[in-house]
Design a protein around this ligand. Structure first.
Ligand SMILES: [Zn+2]
Length: 76
């Protein structure tokens, strides 16, 4: 009887330890993945944005959303 209780406690502790270890490994793995630049969790998909992964900025003159690396049509 007492052995069963001890075994149960041991099993719970072992599972808890394993979970904490896995979560720590996932945390470190996430940092590594972030460093490699593969994942972009902070950028949700934008509606109507079929313009690759470029952050669109509004043109200061006409207000149209344009690629910041390119010039707006109104400035040419
Ligand atoms: Zn413009």
């Amino acid at each position: 009887m007492i052995n069963k209780i001890l075994f149960t406690i041991f099993a719970i502790v072992a599972i808890w330890k394993a979970f904490s270890l896995i979560s720590r490994l996932q945390k470190e793995g996430g940092i590594l993945a972030k460093g490699s630049g593969r994942q972009e969790p902070s950028q949700p998909p934008k509606a109507g944005g079929d313009t690759k992964a470029v952050e669109m900025v509004p043109c200061p003159r006409c207000g149209a959303y344009i690629d910041p690396r390119e010039r707006c049509n109104c400035r040419t």
